[in-house]
Design a protein. Structure first.
Length: 78
């Protein structure tokens, strides 16, 4: 999910948490999201959101394969 500026793991987590808190009907949603993330403008937050939506659409449509996760092995008896 590339946007105009780089995002730290912490900023991404703050962004995700703020998205859960401020739904699409929240007044001044983009300003609140930018404030919650810190160090990002409203425009950067909007672009980051648009990129996230595009990534999700690509994954759900099967255009981006999920990583090959290893199966968890059952615990061994000691």
């Amino acid at each position: 999910m590339a946007s105009g500026s780089s995002w730290t793991a912490n900023q991404n987590k703050l962004f995700e948490n703020a998205l859960a808190m401020y739904d699409k009907d929240t007044p001044d949603r983009w300003h609140k999201l930018a404030r919650a993330v810190g160090g990002k403008t409203v425009e950067e937050v909007k672009l980051h959101y648009e990129n996230l939506v595009q990534d999700i659409k690509q994954i759900e449509s099967g255009h981006v394969p999920l990583p090959p996760y290893q199966k968890a092995e059952p615990p061994k008896d000691m």
